[in-house]
Design a protein around this ligand. Structure first.
Ligand SMILES: [Zn+2]
Length: 361
């Protein structure tokens, strides 16, 4: 009896020590968390780069606007200066006319103005002539004054334009400086991204090697992430359902192990759930076959199979960790296939089941 209990205890202990269902070596956990960390940092840096690119685009648009505005102001300044030159010429002419008339009135008064006045044959005529002379002088003076005022206004306008241009120049310089700062920041972030990508490669490789060693020692096991499977292609059209059918090439009744999903050549093929790629290689019937292990679901190992890709379309290796919805390949017509489509299977352990019952639609 005592011996029996001891034996049972030893068996339990033995079971406990020899890998229980989810036993993953601590090195694997560490590598995976490091990989996730690197990916998170990469995401942050990528976010920053995207943000900087957007800001720089807006900044460039502002610079372009300022440049255009500055050309417009330059044109306006030139036009105003031309107008001022024309007014100056008019002023000079008007001034000359005015001076001439005043000179004639006051210097040659006796012979010109006074004579004109005095030879008036009546007092009424005298007054009329006097008034006429006075009006001529006054008109000259008014015209001169209005030209002068016009010139003053134009000069004020010109100086406001010059000031506006100076403000614009300052704004453009500030924008340019901000752009240069963002560019430097962008370069720094790109360098950081390249570093992280290198690190990601190393960590991915580590995780891949650990997954492969777990796979080959029969210890690759983890719980399924949950939820229905993601539809693995863009098209939702099933061209051949799961179940018994006449084989399209062999002409005999054969069970169809999965569903055929319509697609054009190189349309994306997505991982139906997160997991580990346990097979990615050539096969006679399936063309290039990709098998992903998604973990234990209800005590059974859940796999998905993806068939008919060509080797050059495949983006994953055995041992790779994939995320739900990650593109893993492209649709092809490799293997026993009559045209491009995705052959998709869901397997519980070794048994192929109807994928439609496991997929979200
Ligand atoms: Zn098929």
């Amino acid at each position: 009896m005592r011996k029996g209990i001891l034996l049972a205890a030893a068996v339990c202990l033995g079971l406990f020590i020899s890998s229980p269902a989810w036993a993953v070596p601590s090195s694997a956990v560490k590598s995976k968390s490091e990989l996730n960390q690197v990916r998170q940092q990469k995401g942050q840096v990528q976010g920053k780069i995207k943000q900087l690119n957007e800001k720089m685009k807006a900044n460039q648009a502002e610079l372009e606007r300022l440049e255009k505005e500055s050309y417009r102001i330059d044109d306006e300044i030139l036009r105003t200066q031309q107008e001022i030159r024309q007014i100056n010429a008019k002023l000079t002419r008007q001034q000359a006319i005015f001076k001439q008339r005043v000179r004639r009135l006051y210097e040659q008064g006796d012979f010109g103005f006074m004579r004109t006045l005095l030879t008036a044959d009546s007092f009424q005529a005298f007054l009329t002539r006097f008034e006429t002379m006075r009006l001529i002088v006054k008109q000259d003076r008014n015209l001169f004054d209005s030209y002068f005022k016009w010139k003053q206004a134009k000069t004020r306008y010109e100086s406001s334009l010059v000031q506006l241009k100076a403000e614009q120049k300052k704004k453009a310089e500030e924008a340019k400086a901000a752009y240069d700062r963002m560019l430097a920041d962008l370069k720094k972030n790109r360098v950081r991204l390249a570093e992280l990508e290198g690190l990601e490669d190393i960590k991915e490789d580590e995780v891949r090697r650990i997954n492969l060693s777990l796979l080959h020692s029969g210890r690759l096991s983890f719980p399924y992430e949950g939820g229905p499977l993601r539809w693995p292609a863009n098209s939702h059209e099933i061209t051949s359902p799961y179940g018994p059918r006449v084989h399209p090439l062999k002409g005999v009744m054969r069970p169809h192990m999965g569903i055929d999903i319509h697609g054009n050549y190189n349309d994306p093929v997505y991982a139906a759930a997160g997991g580990v790629v346990v097979r990615s290689g050539p096969s006679l019937g399936y063309g290039w076959i990709i098998v992903i292990y998604h973990g234990k679901k209800g005590g059974q190992d859940l796999f998905t199979w993806y068939g008919h890709s060509y080797e050059n379309q495949v983006l994953v290796h055995e041992g790779d960790e994939v995320k739900r919805g990650q593109r893993i390949s492209g649709i092809g017509s490799n293997g026993f296939s009559t045209g491009p489509h995705l052959h998709f299977e869901v397997r519980l352990g070794e048994k192929a089941v109807n994928p439609v019952l496991y997929l979200s639609h």
